[in-house]
Ligand binder design. Structure first.
Ligand code: NDP
Ligand code: MG
Length: 388
């Protein structure tokens, strides 16, 4: 009798987004190895229903409860359990038998289900970097306690992870590459007048709106510095951001002897997603390969924190520690949305974040409840700064 291969059961939190849909492409391409067991979305219930029809997961969750009935009716002929609400996200990762949880939702909202997954002993494929920005220390403590691994999905962190594979020695320095975003060459005067439409045109990556704006302001790179500190245990002084507009070198690690190992490739998030799913194996893919004869111009520059102040604010948040990164994340979520909606100017985003850092209550050793309270307080302060 032919033995059936055991497939890895994957929960995708945020399956309708940029990372989520690419993760489903990876699962479809390796249907003999992976199965989508849980799919979730916030508002796009029609796309979630389509995905459920194609992948037949055990359960789907729509975070916004207003769409529950539409989703349930759309799936009434399928053996798919339908749930709604933010709490259901936590319950479904705890209660469903899954081998890995891909956290591909946006923002602070990713924190509770990530914690629920870790407490339930489920390995994490981490795309939702805000979780590590807000509560990296807490997450690391929980991962140690429940012996849960975190596989990085962010391309830079996947590159660092790949560069330290097989190494026994400490990291001397992380070289965290940044594309510089669409405004890399803009002067401060030009940055005064940039619009959301301009910011949404990222030169190298097709991503969700929030991270695309964060990339334009370089807050995304600041968050990645924080993410790298917690994922790899490296202090911020040893994390060097290097602007590399071609996004071919996805990041690098320098060791005690001066040797540097980097991971290179065509910018394609399916590569780190697939590796997080298949680690420690590498699977075949038909994604584009690098064309070495076409790469005559790989360039590297120093980031300019006068023009991209958000990057400096993120370093400051790391140095000050405690709940400051959580404050920065909350304020950033507010200004990011406000900029997209035309209520906040591009350069004003950093001003509001700096103001919020000054006025929110500092907590040196925050608990989970403190993070919830800090997030709410910082959002209020940032909102007031924008509206006054
Ligand atoms: P998208 O905006 O494209 O997708 C976000 C997903 O999360 C959607 O499925 C969305 O549902 C869902 N979602 C959003 N808010 C909530 C909420 N409050 N509760 C429950 N679900 C929610 O984002 P991306 O895929 O671009 O990014 C996802 C995460 O991955 C982010 O943390 C980002 O920083 C990180 N990341 C992304 C990269 C990329 O290339 N896109 C690269 C590296 C990291 P709905 O569709 O219904 O709105
Ligand atoms: Mg990245």
């Amino acid at each position: 009798m032919k033995e059936e291969k055991v497939k890895k059961q994957i929960a995708i939190l945020g399956s309708t987004g940029s990372i989520g849909t690419q993760a489903l492409q990876v699962i479809a391409a390796h249907a003999d190895l992976f199965e989508a067991r849980v799919l979730t979305a916030n508002n796009r219930w029609e796309l979630l229903a389509e995905q459920a029809r194609r992948f037949i997961p055990a359960a789907v969750v729509i975070a916004n409860e207003a769409h529950y009935e539409s989703l349930r009716d759309a799936l009434s002929d399928l053996p798919v359990a339908v749930y709604a609400g933010a709490d259901a996200l936590c319950q479904v990762v705890e209660g469903t038998e899954v081998d890995m949880v891909l956290t591909a939702m946006v923002g602070f909202a990713g924190l509770p289900p990530t914690i629920a997954a870790i407490r339930a002993g489920k390995p994490i494929a981490l795309a939702n970097k805000e979780t590590m920005v807000v509560a990296g220390e807490l997450i690391n403590g929980l991962c140690r306690k429940y012996q849960v691994p975190i596989l990085p999905v962010d391309s830079e962190h996947s590159a660092i992870f790949q560069s330290i594979m097989g190494e026994q020695s400490a990291i001397e320095k992380i070289i965290l590459t940044a594309s510089g975003g669409p405004f890399r060459t803009y002067s401060l005067e030009q940055l005064e007048t940039v619009t959301p439409a301009m910011a949404l045109k990222h030169p190298n990556w097709e991503m969700g709106a929030k991270i695309t704006i964060d990339s334009a302001s370089m807050m995304n790179k600041g968050f990645e510095v924080i993410e790298a500190k917690w994922l790899f245990g490296v202090e911020p002084e040893r994390i060097q951001v290097v602007v590399h507009p071609q996004s071919v070198v996805h990041s690098a690690v320098q060791f005690a002897d001066g040797a540097v190992k980097a991971q290179l490739g065509v910018p394609d998030m399916r590569v780190p997603i697939q590796l997080a799913f298949s680690f420690p194996q590498r699977l075949h893919s038909d994604f584009d390969r690098l064309d070495w004869y076409a790469m005559h111009d790989l360039t590297f520059e120093r980031p300019d924190t006068d023009r991209f102040r958000c990057l400096a604010l993120a370093y400051e948040a790391l140095r000050r520690g405690g709940n400051i990164p959580c404050i920065v994340n909350a304020a950033n979520e507010i200004v990011n949305r406000a900029f997209l909606e035309g209520r906040c100017r591009f350069l004003e985003m950093a001003e509001v974040i700096a103001n919020t850092m000054q006025h929110a209550t500092f907590i040196a050793e925050p608990t989970y409840e403190d993070y919830l309270a800090t997030d709410a307080e910082a959002r209020r302060i940032a909102d007031n700064c924008i509206n006054h």
